[in-house]
Every structure is written in C-alpha cells, then in structure tokens.
Write a protein that binds this ligand. Sequence first.
Ligand SMILES: [Zn+2]
Length: 128
Amino acid sequence: MFRNALRSGVLYGILRAINEWYAIVVLWVYVLLFFAALGLIFVFPPAPLAMVFLGVVGLGLANVVSKALHGLQHAVARRMINHGECPRCRQTNQYGQPEDRFICVRCNTVFLPRGDEVDANLEQPRVA
Ligand SMILES: [Zn+2]
C-alpha cells in the first residue's frame, strides 16, 4: 500500500506543487509577520523582539522542511523512474534510456539520477 503510494504520480505532482510554492509562501508569511511586529511595537514592545529571534529559528526550520520536501520529491521520482515510469505524465515502458538521465518519451521531461527535474532549455536542475 505505502510502496504503491511512493510510486504514485499524484503524490509526485502534489510534492512538486508544494515545493514550487513553498519558498514564496514562506516569504509572504515573513512579510506579514513583519507588519504584525511593526504594529506590536506600540502595543507590547517585547513581542517584536521575541519575534525576531523566533523568526531566525523559524527560518532554519523552514530550510530543514524545504530540504525534507525536496528529498521526498526526489525519492518518489527515483522510485518511479526505476520502474520505467515518468513521474510527470506516468507514461510507462520507457526503454533505451541514457545512463546519466531519464528523458520521458511522451512529455520530454528530463530527470537526473538524483531525481532532480531538469529544465531542458537551461540544462539546470529545476529545483535546487
Ligand atoms: Zn512524461
């Protein structure tokens, strides 16, 4: 059951969408908290000071969560590729793949062995 979930293109799509939006959502949370702290200066001055330290700790935590989500996305991609299945479009039976990358015959998405999705135009991993 869990092993099938790891091969699910739906799971890959969800993780890909989360990873795509994660950084901008974290940024906007910090921008909103900045304005909240700005308002709190006049109401309860120690609170913004505490928020600065919590913000620094939260940034480290957000980074760890980001790395974990990317690792999970790569793991799902690797598992699907090992079964000859494209993580993006779920096309199967893809033979004759080059050694150093996986190129989908249907949607032309390129994956590196680590599970990174590559932008074919830039030849760079899509996700850092
Ligand atoms: Zn594909």
